[in-house]
Each structure stands twice: as structure tokens, then as C-alpha cells.
Design a protein around this ligand. Structure first.
Ligand SMILES: [Zn+2]
Length: 367
């Protein structure tokens, strides 16, 4: 089966999350890997959902691990000009929801692993972690880590879309919900109440001046803070007694999320209650490590491009896996186009898919 055919096969399964329904494609891949001699576990993640863990090799050393997710985001409000599950091809483009993010990448590393583990090939220690529930906050990866039954790999490759360039890590994410309590009263007598929206608005103003006081990271630049949501009040003729702000902080290596949270708490004073929705650390692997040299050299050998010291602003399952794996050297590397993720008429370039198979095979050979 070619990488295009396998990608089309995976695209035909609707794995829009929610609800995900990753079990059918996970079973399909499991059958394929079992037939090629991989030890495969399908681990349930609620109804109709599996994480897939596959292992090959003598088990003499910690494995090289490739990871990707099978769920996709919804189709969005704009209508598609192609069937999102049809796998249509136009020139170098293969269309479908999840083609770039990231069923094409899963197809590429599954085929690379199968081809490099064909009978007679040198026995490499390989692991594949194919997760469910990534798009709603790495639920599948978290379940795998919490099971404490996944061995730490020597190298972890998260095949999210990078146009086949090596990213050495990504920012972390700290999502806070700030809740402001007031005292309700009739809108004609506001002096008898305490207005939660006004308190929240003052907090927004204070947060826009918050200084992270960090030095810029050479690849990940500076941390950011976005106020993504603001809710308060039920009807115009009442004093609102509850308001809520959603804050999305993206952090860089060296930052301590607990400290950021404490600073924001002291900036806002006793008026705000803080709840943490997501707390995922940044991930970074130094370009000087042997693992980075191996991965960079393998990619350059196939593409001819020298690899920059670069990282991503978005986060991946690595935020869950990498700390649990003793900060194993981690790379984000996949055939998808980062600009195409989550878009209407999402596509992946067929030339990049084929190149990714060769890149992943080269990494396995050099491992
Ligand atoms: Zn993704």
C-alpha cells in the first residue's frame, strides 16, 4: 500500500472530535501492524475510542518512538468544495479533513516502520503511539501516561505538520479561568450591588500590562497572553454577580507556570478566583544533543535542506508525553502544512507525504 492509499483509507473514517470515534481506524492500523509482526495493544479511551501502542524490536534499548493522533477537528461553518472524507487528489494535493493534521503523517510513519522492519532488516527498537482525543486537550496521551505502562523512548517524534522541517520543541500553555463574584441588585439601584463585570473589566486592563519579565528564547521568542473569553451578566436590568475571563498564556522554556499563576493572583488581588483549565509545560531539545544531530542529519540527507533552530507556538501531545518520559529528546516533524491545519478544504502535499516516508525510514536506519 502506498502512503497516498493509506492516507486516503484513514481519511475515509470520520474521526471528528467530539466524539472522536477513533476505534475503526485504530483497529485497521492494528491489523496491519500485527500482520507485520508488531506487538500491538488497543487501549480503550471510553466508548468507540482506542489509543494504539505498537512495539517492534529486540527490546535491548529504549525505543525510537513516533507519535500522532487519529482524531480531527470539526469541519467548520464554511462548506467544503471537496468531500472531506473522499481523499480527492488534484495535482500534488490530497484533500480531506485530517490530511495535514495528521492522518497523512500517521500513514507515513506506519509505512516507514513496516518497511524498515521487513524480514531480514536489522532489528530496531521501535514504538508507535497513535492517540485518540488530541484535539480536545491530549486526552489520549494523558490516559497513556497515567497508566504508567508506556516505556520512555530514547527519541520521541511527534509528527504534527511542519512541512518536513525539524522543530526542536514548542511553547507551553497555561489556560486560566478568572472568576469574579459580585452582589446582585436591581439595575435601577446599582449602589446596592457590587458589579462583577466592572471588576472583571479592571482585571482585563491590568492583565494587558502584565510583564512576564523573561528573556526571549532563541527559537520560541517571548511568552504571550491572550484574553480569549469574557462573560458576565444575565440581563441588562440587574447588577451582575458573576463574571468570567478566559486567559491563554503560552510559555517558553525556563518559565515556571506556578510562579506566573501566583503573580497573576497577586496582580488581581482577592477579587478573582483562579481556576486552571490546562497546564502544559513547554518542550525543548537542545540542537547540540546527539538525538538532535541524528534527526537533523537524517532530514537533511533526504531533503537537502539544512535545519534551523526552530520551534512552534502551538502545543502537541509532547507536552504530556515528554515530561512523563523523563524529558526524552523530542522533535516535531511531519509532512503536513502547518498553515492548512483545521482549515476548510484542508490538504496535504503528496510529494511531502512521500518525502516523509523516506525521512522517517532514514531516521529509523540511523537510530
Ligand atoms: Zn494535530
Amino acid at each position: 500500500m502506498t502512503v497516498v492509499e493509506l492516507t486516503q483509507k484513514l481519511l475515509a473514517f470520520n474521526t471528528i472530535n467530539p466524539p472522536g470515534n477513533e476505534a475503526p481506524p485504530a483497529r485497521f492500523l492494528a491489523d496491519m501492524l500485527i500482520e507485520r509482526g508488531f506487538a500491538v495493544q488497543l487501549r480503550p479511551l471510553g466508548k468507540g475510542r482506542f489509543n494504539l501502542v505498537a512495539r517492534k524490536g529486540p527490546g535491548l534499548r529504549a525505543p525510537l518512538c513516533f507519535s500522532g493522533h487519529l482524531d480531527t477537528v470539526p469541519l467548520g461553518l464554511r462548506s467544503w468544495t471537496v468531500d472531506p472524507f473522499g481523499g480527492a487528489i488534484d495535482g500534488d494535493r490530497l484533500y480531506g479533513r485530517g490530511s495535514t493534521d495528521m492522518k497523512g503523517a500517521v500513514a507515513a510513519f506506519v509505512l516507514a516502520a513496516i518497511e524498515e522492519c521487513a524480514p531480514g532488516a536489522p532489528d530496531k527498537d521501535l514504538m508507535l503511539l497513535i492517540t485518540a482525543g488530541e484535539e480536545t486537550g491530549s486526552d489520549g496521551a494523558r490516559a497513556l501516561v497515567q497508566s504508567q505502562t508506556i516505556e520512555s523512548p530514547q527519541i520521541l517524534i511527534i509528527a504534527e505538520p511542519t512541512s518536513n522541517r525539524v522543530l526542536l520543541g514548542h511553547k507551553g500553555a497555561l489556560w486560566l479561568r478568572l472568576l469574579f463574584d459580585g452582589l446582585t441588585a436591581h439595575g435601577s439601584m446599582p449602589e446596592q450591588g457590587r458589579n462583577a463585570v466592572v471588576a472583571a473589566a479592571a482585571a482585563v486592563a491590568a492583565l494587558t500590562t502584565y510583564d512576564f519579565a523573561t528573556q526571549a528564547h532563541p527559537a520560541l521568542a517571548t511568552p504571550t497572553l491572550n484574553i480569549g473569553t469574557f462573560h458576565g451578566g444575565i440581563n441588562v436590568n440587574s447588577v451582575p454577580d458573576l463574571a468570567e475571563i478566559g486567559v491563554d498564556i503560552r510559555s517558553i522554556p525556563g518559565m515556571d507556570h506556578a510562579q506566573v499563576r501566583a503573580e497573576i493572583a497577586s496582580l488581581l488581588g482577592s477579587k478573582a478566583r483562579i481556576e486552571v483549565d490546562i497546564d502544559l509545560p513547554p518542550v525543548w531539545t537542545s540542537p547540540d544533543t546527539p538525538a538532535a544531530e541524528l534527526v537533523n542529519a537524517a532530514v537533511t540527507a533526504i531533503t537537502g535542506d539544512r535545519q534551523d533552530v526552530a520551534g512552534a507556538a502551538y502545543f502537541t501531545d509532547a507536552s504530556v508525553f515528554t515530561p512523563a518520559f523523563g524529558n526524552a529528546p523530542t522533535f516535531i516533524l511531519g509532512p503536513g502544512e502547518a498553515t492548512m491545519a483545521h482549515k476548510t478544504d484542508e490538504f496535504v502535499l503528496i510529494s511531502r507525504l512521500e518525502q516523509a516516508v523516506n525521512i522517517f525510514r532514514e531516521i529509523i536506519r540511523r537510530f
